[in-house]
Design a protein around this ligand. Structure first.
Ligand code: FRU
Length: 508
């Protein structure tokens, strides 16, 4: 078996906090990400997970239950979130739990992989406070339908010649009374009859206000008619669609920071500003310690094309109480020359520490044309699909990647010695669970929800439904799977509980 000659030490990160307005961006470096390969067992047999079990999601069986509408017809769901308050607590409303999901129709003639250009925000509800083992196998979620009227998300685009506008992730704040502020990504696509872009897709971060209602029979919503455009990339901190037609700019998540009372912040997925391919990899992006014998040099890494992968986690601050006006701040994390996507970022507070969690893919790690061999042992940057975590002393800090300096918090079982393939057809020798779940979201008390994408290899069963919840034990710089939770570490399907109730009759 061919192996890298050895592995560098991870970068040194102090966790030191900076003012949110300061121009300091923590780096998930190549030295950090190489710890992922360092912890992969090169002798793991074909079809088996090569990553440490403590950082791997337990295997989901292929006979999982699915979510349906009240007629029993499947509704495809993927990215999912709850009602939250300013502290990211999950709130039940008048005795109901409410979740929001990206949804698509499995019977509309396109595949699950084509869902992204058909995504609509949907919602589900179920009675709060029922123990998981007393619920139906699929979690007992009742489908409430689309959140918006057809076409509502298209209103903000000056160029109305789009072929579709999709509603992407996503977070929902329950404000005073029954007011909802829904933050989401509207993306306009301009395509030809062959489904090719004739103009780059146009992603924008948007807020819309609605009202939530419930009685003993269920939950419903009204409003969401006025769309407030909040942010479009500035080209300096955050790459624009003109700089990169494949730009990633989406997934707003808002919260208040107890260290900065009275302000509301937002984290989101971005890419480092600048023309695609023109920004070079720096020594700081590589992050090797002085004299490390396994260090690479920035020129070679750039020449190999790693600078086409430039993820960041953005930060913005609200300028008004209605949260309709926002100002960009410098990104809080970059993954320059490491990975192109740090998606659905969230801030999770525990014991005075600030955890930044974000999801990413194996296929978006930096490889570049110069190292584009079909053999993953030459890829350098590599790691499983899953959720990555970083810890610091503030929302802007010199974040330290969790778990041996790698950043991996919870990955799908994956064998890094074998190729990726696709959800529909994983590579030969790959674990049947390498695409089992995605879009992991860390809930209060370390519970993690996600959706099932594809299980099996080569006989794949596609998901589009909620995965079993798992529990991460998070402490200091470590996050490990709690295999005593549920059935060998797998809790109930779609178990997304509220951890607080909104008072039904708030005091006057
Ligand atoms: C994650 C994701 C999000 C995006 C959505 C689009 O699964 O890529 O970043 O909002 O899916 O479908």
């Amino acid at each position: 078996v061919l192996r890298l000659p050895g592995y560098p030490a991870p970068s040194i990160h102090s966790q030191r906090a900076y003012d949110p307005e300061e121009n300091f961006t923590a780096r998930w470096t190549r030295a950090d990400a190489l710890q992922l390969r360092a912890m992969s067992d090169p002798d793991a047999p074909a079809g088996e997970n090569s990553m440490p079990p403590e950082y791997s999601m337990p295997e989901i069986p292929q006979d999982f239950p699915i979510l349906t509408d009240p007629n029993g017809t499947q509704v495809w769901v993927w990215d999912t979130w709850t009602l939250t308050d300013a502290a990211a607590d999950q709130i039940s409303f008048k005795g109901w739990e409410v979740i929001f999901s990206l949804t698509a129709d499995p019977n509309a003639g396109y595949t699950f992989d084509a869902r992204h250009t058909h995504a609509r925000l949907g919602f589900f509800y179920r009675k709060a406070g029922v123990p998981a083992d007393e619920r139906p196998a699929n979690g007992g979620w009742i489908y409430g339908g689309h959140v918006f009227q057809d076409g509502a998300a298209g209103a903000i685009f000056e160029d109305q010649t789009f072929t579709t506008v999709t509603e992407w992730s996503g977070s929902t704040r329950l404000m005073e009374g029954n007011k909802l502020r829904l933050f989401y990504t509207a993306v306009a696509f301009y395509r030809n009859a062959n489904d090719e872009d004739i103009k780059p897709a146009d992603p924008r971060i948007v807020q819309t206000e609605g009202r939530l209602f419930a009685d003993e029979n269920g939950v419903w919503m009204t409003g969401f008619r006025d769309q407030h455009q909040l942010l479009v990339p500035d080209g300096t901190y955050y790459q624009t669609k003109e700089q990169n037609p494949f730009v990633n700019f989406r997934d707003p998540f808002t919260f208040e920071d107890p260290a900065h009372p009275g302000k509301t912040f937002m984290v989101f997925e971005g890419n480092t500003g600048g023309q695609r391919g023109a920004v070079t990899c720096t020594a700081a992006d590589l992050g090797y310690r002085e004299g490390d014998p396994y260090a690479e040099d920035p020129e070679t890494v750039t020449a190999n094309g790693a600078n086409f992968q430039m993820a960041n986690v953005g930060l913005a601050v609200a300028e008004n109480k209605a949260l309709t006006q926002w100002r960009f701040l410098p990104p809080i994390l970059s993954g320059n020359c490491v990975n192109d996507q740090t998606e659905r970022p969230q801030i999770y507070l525990q014991n005075g520490k600030y955890y930044l969690f974000t999801i990413s893919h194996r296929s978006t790690f930096a490889r570049g044309p110069g190292v584009d061999s079909a053999d993953p042992r030459f890829w350098y940057m590599d790691g499983p699909d899953g959720v990555y975590g970083f810890v610091g002393n503030g929302i802007r800090s010199d974040f330290q990647p969790l778990n041996e300096g790698s950043g991996l918090a919870l990955g799908n079982p994956t064998n890094l010695a074998f190729g990726v393939g696709t959800s529909a057809m994983p590579a030969e020798g790959q674990s049947p669970h390498t695409f089992q779940a995605y879009s992991h979201y860390v809930m209060p008390n370390g519970l993690v929800e996600s959706f099932i994408d594809a299980i099996g290899n080569p006989d794949v069963r596609r998901g589009g439904t909620l995965a079993p919840t798992v529990h991460l034990s998070i402490a200091g710089t470590s996050a490990v799977v709690d295999r005593s939770y549920g059935d060998g570490g797998l809790g109930a399907y779609g178990d997304i509980p509220a951890n607080e109730a909104q008072p039904v009759d708030p005091a006057p």
